[in-house]
Write a protein that binds this ligand. Structure first.
Ligand code: PEP
Length: 246
């Protein structure tokens, strides 16, 4: 059985005061057993690590370099995220693919750096509306994941997490129906069983794209949806706690 995760992607949001308020409000509210993770802005990771100490929330990063170290201005190395205490990094998010021109190969290099440094790679993939309407959803999503996982060996199911995030559903208020999402998740599960026969059933596949307290239960009821990657609805403690307890 795959483990369940609820991961909040705070993107470029939250002031220090808002972060303090979040962690003080969420204390004691994530009552279910589970894996509850937050990716704040890079400059807030240290503060979040301190504030999260009394909770069961783990902290990670929204991005990581594909290089070990050196003259890469503005980049952050996996080894330094790890030494700071970050647990995971998102990679392959559609916003970074679109605005930072990140390629599949680049994302694969980042995944390798995370694993080499003992961090969890949360790998995102998803189709645009145009691709969905052209009937290319499965081809696009499976190819993105195949490339991201190229030449990657894993020893256990905790090293990588996949997140299916249809681009047309991110931040738009439009969510894939549970059936639409499950169709893609089932295909991803088959790919994982092919790539990692011993671990394919145990790897977690999250859904992302306008997940909120009102639709989370029906999404999580699907057999291959093992949690959510959530933007907007993860920013307020009340809403994130409701998602974690769903
Ligand atoms: C995301 O950015 O990963 C995301 C799913 O955002 P939202 O929940 O706001 O659609």
């Amino acid at each position: 059985m795959a483990k369940t995760y609820m991961i909040g992607n705070w993107k470029m949001n939250q002031s220090l005061d808002e972060i303090t308020e979040f962690f003080s409000s969420i204390k004691g509210k994530t009552t279910k057993e589970g894996n509850f993770w937050i990716a704040p802005q890079l400059i807030h990771i240290d503060r979040c690590l301190n504030l999260a100490q009394e909770s069961n929330i783990k902290i990670g990063s929204q991005n990581v370099s594909n290089q070990d170290n050196g003259a890469f201005t503005g980049e952050t190395a996996a080894v330094n995220l790890k030494e700071m205490g970050a647990h995971f990094s998102l990679i392959g998010h559609s916003e970074r693919r679109a605005y930072n021109f990140e390629t599949d190969e680049f994302i694969n290099q980042k995944a390798k750096k995370l694993l080499e440094n003992g961090m969890v790679a949360v790998i995102c993939a998803g189709e645009t509306l145009e691709q969905r309407e052209a009937g290319k959803t499965l081809e696009v999503v499976l190819n993105q994941f195949k490339s991201a996982l190229s030449e990657i060996e894993i020893k256990n199911e905790d090293q990588i997490i996949l997140a299916y995030e249809p681009v047309w559903a991110i931040g738009t208020g439009k969510t894939a129906s549970p059936e639409q999402a499950e169709e893609v998740h089932a295909a991803i599960r088959n790919l994982l069983k092919e790539l990692y026969p011993a671990l394919g059933e145990k790897l977690s596949i999250l859904y992302g794209g306008s997940v909120k307290p009102t639709n989370v239960a029906e999404l999580l009821a699907m057999p291959n949806i093992n949690g959510g990657l959530v933007g907007g609805a993860s920013i307020k403690a009340e809403s994130f706690a409701t998602l974690c307890n769903a």
